[in-house]
Every structure is written in structure tokens, then in C-alpha cells.
Design a protein around this ligand. Structure first.
Ligand code: 3HC
Length: 284
């Protein structure tokens, strides 16, 4: 089966990046948002990121125009998923929101359509159970910034079929990404490894071992990480990091995943990182 058209639900940071890479690689996209202003914001972000790629001579300006033209905006799930071969959901990490989205998609999509969630922490097996096609349900976990990061972590739910996996693996390669298969367990592989590192960096600050700048310098200069763990936590969103740590903690019932009290306090204070202008570092 060939994926000729996709629907991306949600035009936030991940959703607009996912729409960008599909459209840029010749697969038309129906981008589904809840309000015109959110859709406009998503399209403006895609245009800005395409301009950056033109300026860096990674694509020509005709490719920018063609990419933008192959993205159609919809404000309604029923209309937006009509006639697509793959639906990728990138709505907020909230089970209530995801439940209502997947129920609506399941009713409206064609029988052959594959369902993929970009969730970073919710069980793929649980989301698949909201639909009547657990064999065609899979995780496609992209990384921010989506146009730049090579990885797609492909998460197999308990009932995901081998055929579904193969189609999604091939499609990821068409996007010039590198697919890596993992099974459905809390945090998959990416966040099971990344979040304890970030949490430990927060503990180092909490216990007065070093300042945020110095913790990050150690990891950047000693381990060649492009960003230190605290700058990365700000980039991801401290609320998102806390949510994922809680999923690991609840999922494994293992105290090694307990979120650092400082992380909890910062989220309570609304210091969520880049998106609020302040986290471990200031972005004003
Ligand atoms: N769209 C297109 N291109 C972009 C872009 C975007 N949104 N953002 C950055 N770029 C390009 C730049 O044009 C630049 O291209 P060049 O190499 O040809 O010059 C390149 O990416 C690097 O960007 P910058 O020079 O502006 O800045 P940096 O060199 O500081 O790199 C970074 C920025 C790519 C974000 C780098 O710091 C990095 O790789 N950081 C780590 C990111 C990471 O770990 N992401 C994963 C987060 S975890 C996640 O998403 C999963 C979730 O479940 C939590």
C-alpha cells in the first residue's frame, strides 16, 4: 500500500512540522485545526521554516511554493480525513482530547486508512483500543524541530500488524527520515532514556551541585550534546517533561522516575520554558 495523501490533526509545534515534511516530500496534506486562527498560525510557521531552508539553500524557492500549495486546511475532522491513506494525530498530550479526536476519526475515515499518533507518552495500545482498527494503529513519534531531526520512533502497539508497520516504515523513509522500531512501553525508548537524564540534571540544580548554566556546559562540552539537558527541557516544555516523567513513574511504579520537586515547583509557577519566556533560562 502506498501513502498518497495524509491528514495531520493539530497544527502546533509538532503538527506543523509533520505537515511540512510530508508536503515537502511530495505527499499532499490535509492539515486539520479547530480554529482558522490556529491554522493560519501553523501555515505562517511552516512558511517561515521553508524560508529558512531556502535561505540556507537546502531547497529552491519553487519547492517552497509547491510545499505550501500541497497543504490544505480543514476545520473539521470528518471532511479532513476523507480520502486520505494515513491520519497522523498531533494534538495535546491529553487523553480526553485524544479520545474525542480518535473516535471522530474512526467514524469518518475510509476502511484502509492507517492511524498514527505522535504521542510522546500515552500508550499506543490504549489509543488503538479507542478505535475499531487496532491492527492499523501505530505510533509515529517525531522529534522537534521536525524538519531537522532524522528520527521517527515507530511504536508498535500490542495488535499493530506487520503490514501496517511496513507501510509506515517505508513512508518514513520517503520523508528522508530514519525509522526505528520499538514496542509499546511507557516512554518508548526515546523518553525512557531522555527524561531521566533531564530529571537528574534538575536534581543536580536542586541539590546545589551546579548552576543550570554549568550543568548544561558539562553535557555540551564533555558529551557533545547540541543543547544541555536543561536548555533542552525548556525547549520541550517543562510541563511536557513533567507529564512524561509521571507516565514513566506510574507506568513502571519505580521510584527512579520520580519527578524532581524543583521541576514540579517550576511547572506550578508557570515557568514552562521557551513557550512562557522563562524556565531554567530566560527567553525574554
Ligand atoms: N525548520 C527547518 N530548519 C530548522 C528549524 C526548523 N524548525 N530549526 C532549525 N533548523 C535548521 C537551521 O536552519 C540550521 O540549518 P544548517 O545546519 O543548515 O545551518 C540547523 O537546523 C541548526 O539550527 P541553528 O543553527 O539555528 O541552531 P543550532 O545549531 O543551535 O541547532 C537545534 C538547533 C537543531 C535545535 C539543535 O540545538 C539540536 O539538535 N538540539 C537538540 C534537539 C532535540 O534534542 N530535539 C528532540 C527533543 S525531544 C522530542 O522532540 C520528543 C518529545 O517526545 C519530547
Amino acid at each position: 500500500m502506498e501513502i498518497k495523501k495524509v491528514a495531520v490533526i493539530g497544527g502546533g509545534t509538532m503538527g506543523n512540522g509533520i505537515a511540512h515534511v510530508f508536503a515537502m516530500n511530495g505527499i499532499p496534506v490535509n492539515l486539520i485545526e479547530t480554529k482558522q486562527e490556529f491554522a493560519d498560525r501553523a501555515m505562517a510557521t511552516i512558511e517561515k521554516n521553508l524560508d529558512r531552508m531556502v535561505a540556507k539553500e537546502k531547497i529552491v524557492s519553487e519547492a517552497k511554493v509547491a510545499t505550501l500549495e500541497s497543504i490544505s486546511v480543514f476545520l473539521n475532522i470528518k471532511e479532513g480525513v476523507k480520502g486520505v491513506d494515513l491520519v497522523i494525530e498531533a494534538v495535546p498530550e491529553n487523553l480526553k482530547i485524544k479520545t474525542s479526536v480518535w473516535k471522530a476519526v474512526d467514524e469518518a475515515a475510509a476502511d484502509h486508512t492507517i492511524f498514527a499518533s505522535n504521542t510522546s507518552s500515552i500508550s499506543i495500545t490504549k489509543l488503538a483500543g479507542l478505535t475499531n482498527r487496532a491492527d492499523k494503529f501505530i505510533g509515529m513519534h517525531f522529534f522537534n524541530p521536525v524538519p531537522v531531526m532524522k528520527l521517527v520512533e515507530i511504536v508498535k502497539g500490542l495488535d499493530t500488524s506487520e503490514e501496517t508497520y511496513q507501510v509506515v516504515e517505508e513512508t518514513s523513509k520517503l520523508l528522508a527520515k530514519v525509522p526505528v522500531p520499538v514496542n509499546d512501553m511507557p516512554g518508548f525508548v526515546s523518553n525512557r532514556v531522555l527524561m531521566p537524564m533531564i530529571n537528574e540534571a534538575v536534581f543536580a540544580v536542586y541539590e546545589g551541585v551546579a548552576t543550570p548554566e554549568h550543568v548544561d556546559d558539562v553535557m555540551k562540552l564533555g558529551m557533545a550534546h547540541p543543547m544541555g539537558p536543561l536548555r533542552l527541557a525548556d525547549f520541550i516544555g517543562l510541563d511536557v517533561c513533567l507529564d512524561i516523567l509521571n507516565v514513566l513513574y506510574e507506568g513502571f511504579k519505580d521510584p527512579k522516575y520520580r519527578p524532581c520537586p524543583l521541576l514540579v515547583k517550576m511547572v506550578d509557577a508557570g515557568k514552562l520554558g521557551n513557550k512562557t519566556g522563562e524556565g531554567f533560562f530566560s527567553y525574554h
